[in-house]
Design a protein around this ligand. Structure first.
Ligand code: BJW
Ligand code: ZN
Length: 261
C-alpha cells in the first residue's frame, strides 16, 4: 500500500525509523489532545452553554461534587454522551496498529473515554479512571449506567445524581479528581513501564497534571528516547528529544506506517 509520510520531514522520518527499529518496549502516553479529532474537547479548552461560567478543572474535584452534585453529575453525563457518540480517530487507530506491529507497546492514558479500546488497543492503563465506571461517593459500591441520560447538546438544567441502593449516597463518575489518589495498581504498572521502556511517545497532553506528567520525565531519566506530539508547546518540550508540532491523527498515522514499512 502507498504510504503518505509527507507529514514527517525526511531526516525526522529516518531518525524515527531507527529508534522504532531498536525499541524493545514502547510507552505511548496520551492526553485529551488524542481525542480532540474525535470531537471531544480537550480539558483546558473553553466550553459552551451551561458550562461557560465554569472552568472544567474546577468541576473536577471532590469538593465541587459535594458543593453541587447535580452540576458536576450533569456535566459528566453530558461528556459521557459526547464520548458515546464519538468515534476513534486516526491517532487511536495508529496506536492500536503500533501495538500489533511492535514487540511491546504499553498504552497509558489520562483520558476517561474508551476510544483507545474501541480502536483495538489492548490493556490500556487509565490513570484518571473511566467515565463509565461510576460508583457510590459514600461506600464505593460500583454502579451500572443504563443508557444515556443526556444528549450531545449541553444540558440546560442540572439533574441530581442517582442514589446508591446500599447506603443512599450519591453516585459519582468513575474518574480521578484533583486531590484524589490514582488507582494504585494502574499507577504502579504505568510507573514500571516508564522505567522499563526505551522509547516514549507523549501525545496530546499539556504535561501539567501530576503524577501522570512524571512518566516521560522518569523514562528519560532511565535512558529512554522521548518523542512528543502536540500542536502547541508544553511543559515537556525541553525534556523531549523530538517535538513533532501538529495534530495527533496525521502524525501518529505516519509513525505507525513507519513501523510496518
Ligand atoms: C492536541 C490536539 C490534537 C489539542 N493532537 N494534541 C506535583 C506538583 C504540583 C501539583 C501536584 C503535584 N502532584 C500532585 C499535584 C496535585 C494535582 C496536580 O497535578 N495539579 C497540577 C494541575 C498542578 N494532582 C492531583 O491532584 C492528582 N492526585 C494526586 O496527586 O494524588 C495524591 C494526592 C492526594 C491528596 C492530596 C494531594 C495529592 C490527581 C489528578 C487527577 C486529574 N484529573 C483530571 C480530571 C479527570 C476526570 C475528567 O476527565 O473530568 O484529569 S484533571 C484533567 O487534566 C484530566 C486530564 O486527564 C488531565 C490532564 O489533562 P490533559 O490530558 O493534558 O489535557 P489538556 O487539556 O491539559 O491538554 C491537551 C493538550 O492537547 C494540549 O497541550 C493541546 O495543545 C493538545 N492538543 N488538540 C494533539 N489534535
Ligand atoms: Zn453506597
Amino acid at each position: 500500500m502507498e504510504r503518505d509520510l509527507s507529514v514527517l520531514e525526511s531526516h525526522t522520518e529516518q531518525w524515527l525509523r531507527e529508534v522504532l527499529a531498536q525499541a524493545r518496549h514502547v510507552l505511548v502516553f496520551t492526553g485529551a489532545g488524542v481525542s480532540q479529532e474525535s470531537g471531544i474537547a480537550t480539558f483546558r479548552d473553553p466550553s459552551e452553554g451551561l458550562w461557560a461560567r465554569f472552568h472544567p478543572q474546577e468541576l473536577a474535584t471532590p469538593e465541587a461534587f459535594d458543593r453541587n452534585p447535580a452540576l458536576v453529575w450533569t456535566w459528566y453525563e453530558w461528556r459521557r454522551a459526547l464520548i458515546a457518540n464519538a468515534e476513534p480517530n486516526a491517532a487511536h487507530l495508529a496506536i492500536a496498529q503500533m501495538q500489533q506491529q511492535l514487540r511491546r507497546v504499553t498504552v497509558v492514558t489520562q483520558n476517561v473515554d474508551d476510544l483507545h479500546e474501541r480502536a483495538g488497543a489492548a490493556q490500556v492503563l487509565h490513570l484518571h479512571g473511566l467515565l463509565a465506571a461510576a460508583r457510590c461517593r459514600q461506600c464505593s459500591a460500583p454502579w451500572q449506567h443504563h443508557g444515556l441520560t443526556a444528549g450531545v447538546e449541553p444540558p440546560q438544567e442540572p439533574r441530581e445524581p442517582p442514589r446508591c441502593e446500599h447506603c443512599g449516597g450519591y453516585i459519582r463518575p468513575g474518574v480521578v479528581w484533583f486531590g484524589e489518589s490514582l488507582p494504585t495498581a494502574t499507577w504502579d504498572a504505568a510507573a514500571q513501564a516508564s522505567t522499563d521502556c526505551d522509547l516514549v511517545f507523549s501525545v496530546g497532553t499539556s504535561s501539567l497534571v501530576y503524577p501522570a506528567a512524571e512518566l516521560p520525565h522518569n523514562a528519560r531519566h532511565n535512558g529512554a528516547t522521548v518523542v512528543q506530539v502536540n500542536p502547541e508547546p508544553t511543559a515537556l518540550d525541553d525534556t523531549a528529544h523530538l517535538n513533532l508540532r501538529g495534530k495527533a491523527g496525521p502524525i501518529m498515522a505516519a509513525i505507525a506506517d513507519l513501523c510496518s514499512a
